[in-house]
Design a protein around this ligand. Structure first.
Ligand SMILES: NC(=O)c1ccc[n+]([C@@H]2O[C@H](COP(=O)([O-])OP(=O)(O)OC[C@H]3O[C@@H](n4cnc5c(N)ncnc54)[C@H](OP(=O)(O)O)[C@@H]3O)[C@@H](O)[C@H]2O)c1
Length: 264
């Protein structure tokens, strides 16, 4: 059998930050791309655009990563395509702006499955190949929500704290094996995330970065081997100030930022 082709797998590539990362990667790097999300039509459209504009090999895998076992099905499909993962971008994720006790349990479970479990399983699946080649890159999309408790985003914030802590530990463990791991912490970014979360009319939704700025900072951090990057000039000092302030004040303020305006 011929050697597998090295590929970049991007989850959540059908919109927002994931689609933007795919466009920037297709422009700047030569690897085959694998685009993953649930909406096949949007992935097909993006794949056609990238093939036409950059002449890249682009594969589409339509998959619901909230389903248990989805990560393993994804890796089986990638292998069957004759591809080996050199770069994994764990970007798919969502949040909901609501009080935890008012949220449907199945949405909470889906969020934890997608934001944490699928991400972790995908990292676990790609490590053996990367270790054997002594080369590989993993980008995990966390959030500035990772740095403090987030009222109205209690579970979402906690999933992103998990992503940040897990990724930093993984970066430290795998450096000796030639594998780079970067946790990306964007602030509010102008994507469909806020429609899905029900975040409009909140203070944070008025201070958005573009997905283009987030994607280029994320890629330069990945290429530079930085374990953590906070994207956006206004967001960069946040972790420093959060460490200085009393936790109760930080938690209260985080809640204010995502409180929805009252409608009459
Ligand atoms: N936008 C922000 O303000 C912000 C800030 C910090 C961090 N982030 C993080 O950035 C990442 C990307 O979000 P975004 O802002 O680009 O939002 P987005 O435009 O809503 O993109 C989310 C992506 O995840 C995919 N996805 C959602 N559920 C999925 C599932 N069950 N299975 C497979 N794919 C699924 C969506 O595709 P389908 O619907 O087609 O499946 C879509 O491609 C997320 O991890 C988010 O938490 C966003």
């Amino acid at each position: 059998m011929s050697n597998p082709t090295l590929a970049t797998v991007i989850t959540g590539a059908s919109s927002g930050i994931g689609a933007t990362l795919a466009r920037q990667l297709a422009q700047e790097e030569a690897q085959a791309l694998v685009l993953v999300a649930r909406r096949q039509d949007r992935l097909d459209e993006l794949a056609a655009e990238l093939k036409q504009q950059h002449g890249r090999r682009v594969e589409v895998i339509a998959l619901d990563l909230e389903q248990p076992g989805a990560a393993s099905r994804l890796m089986t499909t990638v292998k069957a395509l004759g591809l080996e993962v050199d770069t994994l971008v764990n970007n798919a994720g969502f949040g909901i702006n609501d009080r935890f006790g008012d949220m449907a349990l199945d949405r909470v479970q889906g969020m934890m499955q997608l934001n944490m479990v699928a991400l972790t399983e995908l990292c676990h699946a790609v490590l053996p190949g990367m270790r054997a080649r002594r080369q590989g890159r993993i980008m995990n999309i966390a959030s500035v929500a990772a740095f403090q408790a987030c009222p109205r985003f209690a579970v979402y914030g906690a999933t992103k704290s998990y992503v940040l802590m897990f990724s930093e530990a993984l970066a430290a463990e795998e450096k000796r094996n030639g594998i780079r791991v970067t946790a990306v912490c964007p602030g509010a970014t102008d994507t469909a995330f806020h429609d899905i979360a029900g975040n409009h009319g909140t203070f944070v939704s008025k201070l958005m970065d573009t997905p283009q700025t987030v994607a280029s900072s994320a890629l330069s951090a990945l290429r530079g081997g930085r374990p953590v990057v906070v994207t956006g000039l206004l967001n960069k000092p946040l972790p420093f100030f959060i460490r200085l302030l009393p936790r109760a004040i930080v938690t209260w303020f985080a809640g204010i930022l995502v409180e929805r305006e009252k409608t009459a």
